[in-house]
Write a protein that binds this ligand. Structure first.
Ligand SMILES: Nc1ncnc2c1ncn2[C@@H]1O[C@H](COP(=O)(O)OP(=O)(O)O)[C@@H](O)[C@H]1O
Ligand SMILES: O=C(OP(=O)(O)O)[C@H](O)COP(=O)(O)O
Length: 400
């Protein structure tokens, strides 16, 4: 039948594929299936080559035990639609259901295991605990393909430890992502602008350390804004705040100034008195970022800031953008993200958008994907790659 990248003949073999199927959901409805679509070619290539494909993936950040809100069942169903073939779904990750589902696979068939993060061993910091879980995962397969680019920066059992236990190969998606990102690390055309937003604040504050030495401008939006504003001594009300990162932000502001790197923060923000929920109509108000009321929280960059950020991007030759500028899922707080996305489409150079939610934002706000140079499936993973950090999920593939 067929071979797959470095694994040799896979026909008749059980091949465990780590995909990143972490898609945004509204209840059980998938609001953007970009990551599932991106995962299809590798899964299809293996199935077409006659492998018995066992897909493992996570959804969200459940607490190491089953939580129906984070079930991969709707994702498995969508994968089946996109593949145009039945996809079996195991109700657990390594237990009886998984074992029976895998045992029932014929050559060319595909199964999805329940959310790998329903198992405490997956994300454990303890090598032995992670290893014991990886042993159980590895027992379900004869070979491993690492194709979840969005998680290659995580030293987790299904990304890292399992590769040490099975013959392994890099999947086509990971290889393609690394190919594009390499172009941003090797002598990027300047000005090189990095735009950072989103809600994974502590992860992303960490990457600024290295980016200060690489980018010409850093443009800050999303939830990260408020730790910087607080570091400058401003009131941030009920906004997202990482109180233990204030010194770090002060240090970044000082270093950016000394190095002549433009570190742009919003001059105005859109606030509300509560985080948006289905229970009430949003009541957005624009305030100067130095005057956020104590009972309010920042949910988007303001209109003046949106203009300033578009201006900052106008002459860029290379742009990497990760993280929405605001809570774009709610129209009242989507304007900043829309403005930055629109500015990126006008850049005369290489533009890369990275991250599950950033990519979803571009698509759900109605932009044509072709207007961007590359839309990456990984935000944190791309950022760590651009920083020059070692990505455990990639380096482990280079080991025997
Ligand atoms: N000011 C803010 N406060 C809280 N959440 C925010 C804010 N701005 C953006 N977000 C949220 O950040 C989320 C995306 O963050 P993140 O996961 O870090 O991005 P990505 O998946 O692109 O890497 C979105 O769901 C968005 O609603
Ligand atoms: O959504 C993801 O990353 P991203 O938000 O950095 O793009 C990946 O699925 C990784 O998820 P994690 O950040 O919970 O490990």
């Amino acid at each position: 039948m067929g071979e797959y990248a470095g694994l040799g003949e896979v026909s008749g073999k059980r091949v465990l594929v780590r995909s990143d199927l972490n898609v945004p959901l509204d209840g059980a409805t998938i609001t953007d299936d970009g990551r599932i679509r991106a995962s299809v070619p590798t899964i299809k290539a293996l199935a077409d080559a006659g492998a018995r494909v066992v897909v493992t993936a996570h959804l969200g950040r459940p607490k190491g035990e089953p939580d129906p809100a984070y079930s991969l069942a709707p994702v498995a169903a969508r994968l089946g639609d996109l593949l145009g073939q039945d996809v079996a779904f195991a109700a657990d990750t390594v237990g009886e259901s998984a074992q029976q589902t895998v045992a029932g696979l014929q050559d060319g068939q595909v199964a999805v295991l329940e959310n790998v993060r329903f198992n405490a061993g997956e994300t454990s910091k303890d090598d032995a605990e992670r290893g014991a879980f990886a042993d159980q995962l590895a027992a379900l397969a004869d070979a491993f393909v690492s194709d979840g680019f969005g998680v290659v920066h995580r030293k987790q059992a299904s990304v890292y430890d399992v590769a040490q236990r099975l013959p392994h190969a890099m999947g086509g998606l990971v290889a393609a992502e690394v190919d594009v990102l390499r172009r941003l690390t090797v002598d990027p055309e300047r000005p090189y602008v990095v735009v950072l937003g989103g809600s994974k604040v502590s992860d992303k504050l960490g990457v600024i350390d290295n980016l200060l030495g690489k980018a010409d401008k850093l443009v800050i939006g999303g939830g990260m804004v408020f730790t910087f504003l607080a570091a400058q001594g401003h009131e941030v009300g009920k906004s997202l705040l990482e109180a233990d990162q204030l010194d770090r932000c002060r240090d970044y502001l000082r270093r950016a100034h000394d190095a002549g790197v433009d570190l742009l923060l919003p001059s105005d923000v859109v606030v509300d008195t509560a985080f948006p929920s289905g229970d009430r109509e949003p009541a957005p108000a624009v305030v100067p970022s130095s005057e956020i009321p104590a009972d309010a929280l920042g949910l988007d960059i303001g209109p003046d800031t949106a203009v300033a950020y578009a201006h900052a991007l106008a002459d860029a030759k290379t742009v990497f953008w990760n993280g929405p500028m605001g809570v774009f899922e709610v129209p009242a707080f989507a304007a900043g993200t829309k403005a930055v996305a629109a500015a990126l489409t006008k850049v005369n150079g290489l533009t890369v958008v990275g991250g599950g939610d950033s990519a979803a934002a571009v698509r759900t706000l109605g932009f044509d994907e072709a207007a961007f140079g590359h839309i990456s499936t990984g935000g944190g993973a791309s950022l760590e790659y651009l920083e020059g950090k070692e990505l455990p999920g990639i380096t482990v593939l280079e080991e025997d």
